[in-house]
Write a protein that binds this ligand. Sequence first.
Ligand SMILES: Cc1cc2nc3c(=O)[nH]c(=O)nc-3n(C[C@H](O)[C@H](O)[C@H](O)COP(=O)(O)O)c2cc1C
Length: 433
Amino acid sequence: MLHQKSLRARSSHAESCAACLRRPYKCIVPRAGTQQGIGASGPGLDEPIELIDGRVTSGPDLSVEVNGLKLPNPFIIGSGPPGTNYQVMKKAFDEGWGGVICKTLSLDSSKVVNVTPRYAKLRDSSNRVFGWQNFELISDRPFDVMLAEMKRLKEEYPNRVLIASIMEEYNKNAWEEIIGRCEEINVDAFEINFSCPHGLPERRMGMAMGQDPEVLGEVCSWINAVATKPVWAKMTPNVTDIAYPAAVAMQAGCEGVAAINTISCIMGVNLDTLRPEPSVEGYTTPGGYSWKAVKPIALAKCTAIAKTIQSEFAGQGKSLSGIGGVETGADAAEFILLGSDTVQVCTGVMIHGYPVVKNLCGGLQKFMAKHNFASVAEFKGRSLPYVTVHSELVKRQREALHARKQARVGLANDAEWSGDDFVKNAESMVANR
Ligand SMILES: Cc1cc2nc3c(=O)[nH]c(=O)nc-3n(C[C@H](O)[C@H](O)[C@H](O)COP(=O)(O)O)c2cc1C
C-alpha cells in the first residue's frame, strides 16, 4: 500500500516537475509525501537526489541484487558508529541507504571496554580531513538489547536489508549461538568481522582470525554449517595477500567477502609532549586507518579479491562488498568498475551524516548517465580486465611501439631514402595514392 502510494507520488512529480523533465537524474525538488532532508552539503560532494525507500525516482536504475538480497541502491552503512543502535539504523533507512550493517556484536559485551579519545584526524593544508584513525572496539551494548532493537527495526522495515556484523572467540558453541540468535530476529545476512585490528586480536578475535588462514577456514566452516542466511567475511588489509584468506573464507562456504577493514596505524607523535597520539592518559595503541587516504589501497585489495572470484569461483555467485574512503558517487563507481557488487561507507557517514546517501546516489547516477549505463550490473567489473601484471605492461608497450613503427607513414628524414626502395619510399608519402 505504502509502496503504491510512493510510486504514484513519484510519477506525478516527474510528469510535472520542470527540473525532472530537464535533467532527470539531478532533480532535487522536494516531492510530496517523501522523506525528510535533501542530502548533505560540502565541498566536493555530489548533487543530492531524492530517494523513496532508498529507490531513485528517475534516471538510471541503482538497484542491485546480491546473494539473493535485493537492495534499492548499492550503498550500505559499513559496520561502526553509524550502526550502533535502533535510532541511528532507523535514520539510515529513512535517509535511503540501500542496506545497514550494524556495529559488530559479540555475545558478552561486558568484555568490551572503550576509552576516550579514540579517534584522530589527518588533515590536508586546506584543513580537509583525508585520514581517520580509531581504536574503538566492537559494540559495548548488551547483545540482548541490540537484538531487541534490530528485531524492532526489521519489523518496521521488513523490505530493507539489515546485516548483522558479528565476532566471537575461537569457540564453536559461541559461533553457533550468535548465528542462531541473530537468525531468530530475521536479519537478512551476516558479515563476519575477521578484521578489527585493535583490542580484539588480544583475545585472538577479529584480525587475529583473519590473519590465520587455518583458523579462518575452520571458523567459517562452523558458521556456514549453521547459517541459513548469506555470509560475508570481512577481510583485513593487514596481510601480504588479501586474496588468499578471502579465497579460504569462500571455499569454506561464505557467499561473499567484504573489504577492507581499517589499516593498522598510529596517527602521529605530539612534538611538544613527545607522546604518540591519540593519547589516553599519555599512552596510545595502534588503531585502524580509514577514509580517503585508504581508498587507493582498498581499490587494490578489492581488485585482488575480484580477480580471485573470477578465476577461482567463476559462476558460483560469490560477491564482493567494497569499502574504504568512499565519499562520492565517483568513488563508488570505481569500486564497482573493479568488481564490487555493493559499496560500504563508514567514516563518510561520521563526516557528512546519513543524508549523504542522496549525494552518493546522485553522483553514481551522473556517472551512469554519462556512459549510458542503465543498471549497476551493466558496468560491474568493467575495468577489471585492464589490471594486469607488470610484465604484461612491458610486453604491450613493446608491441604497441612496434605497431606504431610499422604503421609509420613516410620517411622520418632524408637519410632514410633507399636506392633499392626509392619508388616505394616516394609512394609512401603520396597523399592521394
Ligand atoms: C570509528 C570506527 C569504528 C569501526 N567499527 C567497526 C566495527 O565495529 N566492525 C567492523 O567490521 N568495522 C568497523 N570499522 C571499519 C569500517 O566498517 C570500514 O571497514 C573502514 O572504516 C573503512 O571504510 P571507511 O573509509 O568508509 O570508513 C570501524 C571504522 C571506524 C572509523
